[in-house]
Ligand binder design. Structure first.
Ligand SMILES: Nc1ncnc2c1ncn2[C@@H]1O[C@H](COP(=O)(O)OP(=O)(O)OP(=O)(O)O)[C@@H](O)[C@H]1O
Ligand SMILES: [Mg+2]
Length: 291
């Protein structure tokens, strides 16, 4: 793997003043092993009048896997969509607070969300290959970005990094729809890697897959974190424990009016979250007593 692909973001997103150290949630000293990729401060998301997620403050570590866990409806997908401005595509969604990406305001007025999504790729729960050949799926991003030099090499490299090359190298021109679900998901990861992102967001990437494909995806995350920053949402706590360096536990607060709002309860090293969490709500969830 070539680390040079992902060293620094290729575009500047517009500079703003960084919050002070004490304003950012750094749950334990050990998180600060390098400058964070994202610094989220007082982030809230509303859909229409529904406050779906409130006051999240945390930072995301570089070249590590960070997992978001918590019960259904606590805002995990809502939150992960904030990191590449996917919520912009939901007309009723409004994002408040600050998300800094390498110190720059991701929601600044001069930032182009399309540029953002080139640097911060996303893989969804359900594999969503295009109805094209395996090759054309992976080549799609580089072609759109007019990076056509050495396209064959780019496609091969992305498929190799997604641990799919050996399974598809003799059938690159066949339809992606002929692949198994697990292969399709690795193809979607390859498609994401082909544009050389800095960050990969994955919203329950393995929840529709069988155990063998799930293991392949987990192994892949382990490999990829050498070069990429990875953020995943998972319902599978064993999976979080296996793959994540850091884990954030979200829960739902129910207001007097019955409104359900997601909150970040606790964020720490994965081992701490699963063995000695600070908050009884986290302990209840990870030991299966609620959620
Ligand atoms: N596009 C949307 N429009 C309106 N409300 C939404 C939208 N997406 C999510 N919500 C609401 O925001 C809240 C959080 O939803 P979200 O999908 O982020 O939760 P989640 O933690 O990902 O849940 P799950 O584990 O079931 O995937 C829910 O109350 C949900 O109904
Ligand atoms: Mg979700």
């Amino acid at each position: 793997m070539e680390a040079s692909h992902v060293a620094a973001p290729a575009v500047r997103l517009g500079r703003m003043e960084s919050p002070g150290e004490d304003e950012i949630a750094t749950p334990s000293d050990s998180i600060t092993t390098g400058p964070p990729v994202f610094q989220v401060s007082d982030l809230s998301v509303t859909y229409g009048t529904h406050l779906a997620l409130a006051d999240v403050t945390m930072s995301i570590r570089s070249k590590a896997v960070t997992a978001f866990i918590g019960p259904s409806g606590c805002g995990k997908s809502t939150f992960i969509r904030c990191f590449n401005r996917m919520n912009d595509l939901i007309p009723t969604a409004q994002v408040g607070g600050t998300v800094l990406y390498h110190g720059e305001d991701l929601y600044g007025p001069k930032v182009d969300p399309v540029e953002v999504r080139k640097l911060i790729g996303m893989v969804f729960q359900k594999p969503n290959p295009f109805p094209k050949s395996i090759y054309d799926n992976v080549a799609f991003g580089p072609r759109v970005l007019r990076r056509k030099d050495g396209l064959d090499e780019r496609v091969e490299s992305a498929l190799r990094r997604a641990a799919l090359w050996d399974e598809v190298k003799d059938r690159l021109k066949t339809s992606a729809m002929s692949l198994s679900g697990g292969q399709q998901q690795r193809l979607c990861i390859a498609r994401c890697l082909a544009v050389e992102p800095d960050v990969i967001l994955m919203d329950e990437p393995a929840s529709a897959l069988d155990p063998i494909s799930t293991t392949a995806i987990e192994d892949l995350m382990h490999e990829l974190k050498t070069d990429y920053t990875i953020v995943i949402v998972t319902h599978n706590m064993q999976q979080a424990a296996r793959v994540a360096d850091m884990t954030a536990f979200f829960s739902v607060d129910v207001g007097e009016d019955g409104q359900r709002t997601g909150v970040l309860v606790e964020y720490d090293e994965t081992q701490t979250i699963f063995t000695t969490p600070a908050d009884p709500r986290t302990e209840g969830y990870v030991t299966g007593r609620f959620g």
